[in-house]
Design a protein around this ligand. Structure first.
Ligand code: NAD
Length: 285
């Protein structure tokens, strides 16, 4: 979409990392940003940076795993700046370093609550408001390269599971918005230098409250040489302008997907051979 100055945006997880990068990139384009974060003081710090640079923003304390909280964020943005046209469902938490059978019930609920329901709530709250207004808009859902393959190294099954869901929601939303002035992007970064290895600081009380998960901390070392969140934010703003759907940020990870897709296509070849068809592509309608 063409980003007009004065357009309102919702950015969840805007108090840190990639969300802050997006907030700053949109603010540079004259977008008025609702920075939503469960850590409200961090959202306020992002707002301060935007204001110091002459932009407009408000900080909203919001827990994306709670639908009513996302409704309240949408209302707050609407009162301050008018209805949001750029919707970034970005808040997410890490759930790495623990095998599937050892993840506690609370941690499953937390990962699903934030990483999947956080996006569902964002879509259910904001998309009807976008459709009612009939105005152009754009939805960005932050998945991960982990939404396209499960890295064999870091015990990432639970995290990847949530990100596969974000990719599916995004692909589905794109289908559903066909013919309407609403674009969709799904962001799939690899390592970015953010605070994600400290996600447990923001675990809501109903999932057990703030805690320490040393299993996640190895990620701090992995991502400290990762991409700069400001660069990712700028990449996202350009993807919105250019209406890009899949937004990858680390071209060097392409072979991870090639490896997975080759295995899947090979499985189709075996399926075809078991049906007596030599070339699987001949089985296509
Ligand atoms: N950092 C990476 O290497 C990387 C790679 C791929 C994808 N991602 C994804 O990028 C997104 C942003 O993460 P980041 O790396 O910037 O991490 P980050 O921890 O720096 O930022 C995430 C923000 O989300 C907030 N948050 C957490 N739970 C919340 C909740 N329930 N409600 C509202 N806000 C909440 C946190 O307080 C934090 O400010 C996530 O969805 C993450 O999965 C990150």
């Amino acid at each position: 979409m063409k980003i007009e100055r004065g357009t309102a945006a919702y950015i969840s997880g805007g108090g840190s990392g990639i969300g802050r990068g997006m907030a700053l990139a949109f603010a540079r384009r004259g977008v008025r940003v609702g920075v939503a974060d469960i850590r409200e003081a961090d959202a306020a710090a992002t707002v301060d940076i935007i204001r110091q640079n002459g932009g407009e923003a408000i900080a909203i304390g919001a827990d994306v795993s709670d639908r009513a909280s996302v409704e309240a964020a949408a209302d707050a943005i609407e009162s301050a700046f008018g209805p949001a046209s750029i919707i970034c469902n970005n808040a997410g938490i890490a759930m790495h370093g623990v095998p599937i059978h050892e993840i506690s019930p609370d941690d499953w609920d937390w990962a699903i609550g934030v990483n999947i329901y956080g996006v569902i709530h964002g879509l259910q709250v904001f998309v009807p408001r976008l459709l009612d207004g009939g105005r152009p808009g754009h939805v960005v859902n932050t998945a991960s390269i982990g939404g396209f393959q499960v890295n064999p190294n870091f015990l990432t099954a639970a995290y990847s599971m949530t990100k596969y869901a974000v990719v599916a929601l995004s692909e589905g939303l794109r289908n559903e918005m066909e013919g309407r002035p609403i674009g969709v992007s799904v962001l799939a970064p690899a390592a970015v230098d953010t605070g994600i290895h400290l996600s447990e600081r923001a675990r809501p009380d109903r999932f057990g409250g703030a805690t320490v998960r040393p299993q996640n901390h190895f990620m701090g070392d992995l991502i400290k040489d990762g991409a700069d969140p400001a660069t990712i934010g700028e990449r996202v703003a350009r993807a919105v302008e250019d209406d890009e759907f899949y937004v990858f940020t680390h071209p060097e990870t392409r072979y991870w997907l090639e490896r997975r897709h080759a295995e899947i296509l090979d499985a189709f070849d075996r399926a075809a051979r078991s049906e007596g068809i030599e070339d699987a592509s001949q089985a296509a309608e």
